[in-house]
Design a protein around this ligand. Structure first.
Ligand code: FEO
Length: 398
């Protein structure tokens, strides 16, 4: 179903209410999502991106209800990832000569995935333009590493729409389409989760790209991302948020993250959190058991935190695998400027605290020396060690 975005620009994507996971099972989807594709009908008809392959028949059928595919003059492929390129084969098989505008890296990713080097690719780079008639043009802006090397955005003059691809997106199903109609609490929460879990790895590039966008001085009236709501009432706000979020972002929050075998490490986690709250009453303090809570949502809480305390018991001379897997993900996110402390119980050899310390250091955290390492079940002396860890973590943040 076509939905009018502005003048002759229509949303033609898929709202995916049933989606539960993204990037395999690496990103949890809790409020549905959308794959936003757009159709521009000026003197030239332009399709901006497609949708994920499971929806390709629905996508093509919907397009055919409104237009003859032969009317499509150009396809803009802003990113090769399957959620946006997954219906290209279905479209191009019907209009094999259609010019596909994309970056050089996008040609590589599309050919690598779909094996059609014969497609009519037109490579573009930042500053290149495409005339679409009625006095309007598409201006291409490479968005390298936001979040793939092939990503780009497209600015449509006249209507002043920035098709921003994944940047500024949210995994959020919103039939109302626009930010002012959406539940803002959910939308902003999903925008932050998207940034923390997907974009933050490339925060330095994001910071530079936001500065570059500023210099371009584009008269943006709509930001149309590839997921979630279209921004029309909070454009300066989402751009400023991306500037803030890409600049070692933190709030006055300390988060305790742990897993436990027989509740000893859990008892330490709660004692540490209680003492942090006593020492720093104005700070937000949260506690998450990695095995019981959404791992991506925990990562968003880490993104907001100025410090974290991470705990695991020792099992077979290692940390628990639940904590180990999450630590690998933490490393990917490349947070900077945050403090950390470690804690955990052990029965025999007790390596987990050292392993946690090593992993957190490698992940960019400044790990304090004090730790709460407890042999068997915590006693009062161990709880005092937990207090010391909490106090030193709060002090390190000052
Ligand atoms: Fe929404 Fe990077 O794909």
């Amino acid at each position: 179903m076509f939905k009018k975005v502005k003048n002759n620009v229509y949303w033609v994507g898929k709202i995916d209410w049933e989606l539960e996971w993204f990037h395999g099972h690496d990103y949890s989807i809790n409020r549905g999502s959308s794959q936003n594709a757009y159709l521009i009908r000026e003197e030239k008809t332009v399709l901006v991106d497609t949708v994920w392959a499971p929806h390709k028949n629905e996508f093509v059928d919907n397009l055919k209800k409104e237009i003859d595919l032969k009317e499509i003059d150009y396809i803009i492929a802003q990113h090769g990832e399957v959620d946006h390129s997954g219906s290209l084969e279905a479209i191009v098989s019907e209009i094999p000569d259609v010019p596909i505008y994309c970056t050089a890296n996008c040609v590589k990713s599309l050919v690598g995935q779909y094996h059609h080097p014969e497609w009519n690719f037109h490579v573009v780079k930042t500053g290149d333009e495409l005339d679409i008639g009625n006095g309007k043009k598409l201006k291409f802006i490479e968005m390298r590493m936001l979040h793939w090397p092939d990503s780009m955005a497209t600015f449509m003059t006249g209507d002043n729409i920035l098709f921003s691809m994944d940047v500024f997106g949210q995994h959020y199903a919103v039939e109302e389409m626009f930010d002012d109609k959406a539940n803002n609490c959910d939308m902003w929460s999903e925008a932050m989760k998207y940034f923390a879990n997907i974009i933050h790895t490339f925060a330095p590039m994001c910071k530079m790209k936001m500065a570059e966008l500023d210099k371009m001085n584009l008269p943006i009236e709509l930001i149309a991302p590839s997921h979630g709501a279209i921004w029309r009432s909070q454009i300066p706000e989402i751009i400023q948020a991306y500037k803030d979020w890409s600049d070692n972002y933190q709030e006055d929050q300390i988060t305790v993250i742990y897993d436990t075998m027989w509740d000893g490490t859990k008892k330490l986690a709660h004692r540490i959190a209680q003492t942090i709250k006593k020492e720093s009453p104005d700070s937000v303090v949260k506690i998450y058991n990695i095995s019981q809570f959404d791992k991506n949502d925990i990562m968003t809480e880490v993104f907001k935190s100025k410090a974290i305390a991470v705990g695991s018991p020792t099992v077979a001379q290692n940390m628990l695998s639940s904590v180990g897997g999450w630590m690998e993900f933490l490393k990917e996110c490349r947070f900077k400027g945050k403090k950390a402390g470690v804690f955990g119980c052990y029965g025999w050899s007790g390596e987990a605290c050292d392993i946690l310390r090593k992993n957190l250091t490698e992940s960019g955290f400044d790990v304090i020396e004090t730790q709460a390492k407890c042999n068997w079940n915590p006693d009062e002396e161990n709880f005092e060690a937990a207090d010391e860890l909490a106090k030193d973590l709060v002090a390190a943040c000052k």
